[in-house]
Every structure is written in structure tokens, then in C-alpha cells.
Design a protein around this ligand. Structure first.
Ligand code: PMP
Length: 327
């Protein structure tokens, strides 16, 4: 018999799928690393399990402990699945701009969810960074995950996602394009691919309202770059330790409107029902057209599933209210 011993064993080994219609104007092959095949429906399952296992190994996380994290939802889902299998409790602190579906889903898998205001500075005591740190200090036998600065996040992608992409493309990958939040995905995959072939180009997708692109180009942390935005999962108002700016060749910024419209287009034109950062990522690939030539193999990573966005990017009343649909 062939079966996984528990749900965590099904994480990883996701398919690589060719984009067809949306990428017609590009000269090269564009392949999507399709991470919704993970059991929590996102790439984050990979790093959630790795962060837990590394914390177990060095005693930061003890039997029966409480896992505490500030998460926009996907990391929480991965942590919650692992916590169920391994016998831990979970408390997740989220910003109120995240979709209601994400909160509901985390509660469905038994986590306690605390919702905080989005538009306050990270150092404000009401911010989800501050609240999650405070709860970690005040809860007995708690472990604060800190996906932004936890090196196991990047390591999961260096050990798993990167080698999978290299093998699935027979080493022919020339560009890797991916949205950047904590930086774990781009830094782990990017490091692995550049070690195999230093000519592979690594491109990050950023949002308007986030500091990454300007910081990468100038070395300046410019607070004028920080303002509220709608796109979920990517962009930051901090510099996470997991973003390895040295392995990133460039960033391109995608507007909230384009990210939302392309999230719908992926579903309708490719049959790929995916989250908002996938829309941003594929629009980013199109924006980078001038960097690609005929025999290039561009891999774009799609982080999460469309079901988490049915009340927003897949709801045309919401889209119209945002000014994202013309009529
Ligand atoms: N897209 C989505 C939907 C996410 O949840 C995240 C994680 N915040 C990202 C993109 C960015 O991935 P990473 O944190 O590895 O940079």
C-alpha cells in the first residue's frame, strides 16, 4: 500500500504547470510552480513545518506548547495543520485588512485568532507585530515563531522548493519570479538556484506602498514608500531578515488594480483559481517582458488558492467599489 503517514507528509513536490494564454505575448516558456497543491493550499505549509521542527529540535518549542505568530493566514494554516498532528495549541494575530475567509479558515482548524488594526505603525502597541510579541511573552510555554526573521523559513525553500524547481526544469530554469513578503520563498529558492547556475536571474514582485524595491535599488529605507495598499501577502513596511537582497536581481512593482484584475484573468483564462499575489506575480512577469528571450525558461511561483479571496478579488461588487472594474 502507498499512503502518507499523516497530512504533513503530503507537503511539497507540487506540479510545474505551463501558462498558455496570458503569456502569449512573451517569447519564452513560462511555468508556474503551483503551490496550492499543498494540504493547507499554500506554499507556506513548507516553511511552517520546517520552523516547527527546527524549534522542536533545539528546545524552543516544548511538548504541549502554544505556537504564537503574526500571520496573514497562510503561515497560520500551515502551522495549524502541523500543530494538530504534533499536539500544540495555536494563537494567530492578524491585521484587519486580511480577508474574512482567512480568519474563518484558521478558526476552522482550531486556532485562536486575534484581529488588529492594519493602519498603525509596526512599533504601535496595537499593531499585529506588537500584539503577537506581547502575547508570546505573557502566555506560559509559548513559542513566538517570527516568520520574518526566522531562518528556518528561508531554509525550507532552500531544501525543498528550490531543488524541486531545478529538477523539474532539468536545470534549464533561467529566471525565477515571485512575490516577496517575509522573503523566505525568494531567498531560499534564489540561493539554491544561483548555487546551481549563477546566471539564473531572481526577480521579486513588490507592491506600491512597500519599501522593498526602493531599498534594493538605493539602500535607503524610505518611509515615504509606505502607505496602505490592497494587495495581500506581498510587500512590507519593515525589512525582514529573510529578505536576502544580495541574491535578488531586481524588483518590479504591480498596482493593486493590476494584481486584482490578473487574479481574475488567471482563473478565467488559464483555469488557475489562485490568490491575489499570483495575480501580482503573473502581471509582474508580463512587466518584465524586455528581460526575456526565446529559449528562456521563466518559473513564477503561485503562493495560494482563490477560495481565500471570493469575497474580494473574485467579487465584482467589491472590485467596482475599489475602482478596479471599468463599468
Ligand atoms: N503571497 C501570499 C499569498 C503570502 O501569504 C505570502 C506570505 N506573506 C507571500 C506571497 C510572500 O511569500 P514570502 O513570505 O515567502 O516572501
Amino acid at each position: 500500500m502507498k499512503y502518507a503517514k499523516n497530512i504533513l507528509e503530503t507537503i511539497g513536490n507540487t506540479p510545474l504547470v505551463k501558462l498558455n494564454k496570458l503569456t502569449e505575448s512573451l517569447p519564452c516558456l513560462v511555468l508556474a510552480k503551483y503551490e496550492t497543491f499543498n494540504p493547507g493550499n499554500s506554499v507556506k505549509d513548507r516553511m511552517a513545518v520546517k520552523m516547527i521542527e527546527d524549534a522542536e529540535a533545539d528546545g524552543r518549542l516544548k511538548p504541549g506548547g502554544t505556537i504564537i505568530e503574526g500571520t496573514s493566514g497562510n503561515t497560520g494554516m500551515g502551522l495549524a495543520l502541523a500543530a494538530i498532528v504534533k499536539g500544540y495549541k495555536c494563537v494567530f494575530v492578524m491585521a484587519d485588512k486580511q480577508s474574512k475567509e482567512k480568519v474563518d479558515v484558521l478558526r476552522a482548524v482550531g486556532a485562536q485568532v486575534v484581529v488588529c488594526p492594519t493602519n498603525v505603525a509596526p512599533e504601535d502597541p496595537r499593531s499585529y507585530y506588537s500584539v503577537s510579541k506581547r502575547m508570546a511573552e505573557e502566555t506560559p510555554n509559548a513559542w513566538y515563531v517570527n516568520q520574518y526573521d526566522n531562518p528556518s523559513n528561508t531554509q525550507a525553500h532552500y531544501e525543498g522548493t528550490g531543488p524541486e524547481i531545478w529538477e523539474q526544469t532539468d536545470g534549464k530554469v533561467t529566471h525565477f519570479v515571485v512575490g516577496v513578503g517575509t522573503g523566505g520563498t525568494i531567498s531560499g529558492v534564489g540561493k539554491y538556484l544561483k548555487e546551481q547556475n549563477s546566471n539564473v536571474k531572481i526577480w521579486g514582485i513588490d507592491t506600491y506602498g512597500s519599501v522593498f524595491k526602493k531599498y534594493h535599488e538605493t539602500g535607503i529605507f524610505d518611509e515615504n514608500e509606505i502607505y496602505p495598499y490592497v494587495t495581500e501577502g506581498i510587500g512590507e513596511d519593515i525589512l525582514p531578515e529573510n529578505v536576502d537582497f544580495g541574491i535578488i536581481d531586481g524588483f518590479t512593482k504591480v498596482t493593486d488594480k493590476d494584481a486584482a484584475v490578473y487574479t481574475q484573468r488567471l482563473a478565467k483564462e488559464e483555469g488557475m483559481f489562485l490568490g491575489n499575489s499570483a495575480g501580482a506575480a503573473i502581471k509582474g512577469v508580463l512587466q518584465l517582458k524586455e528581460h526575456f528571450k526565446k529559449d528562456d525558461v521563466v518559473v513564477v511561483l503561485f503562493h495560494d488558492h482563490g477560495s481565500r479571496y471570493v469575497g474580494k478579488m473574485f467579487n465584482n461588487d467589491w472590485m467596482k467599489a475599489q475602482g478596479f472594474l471599468e463599468e
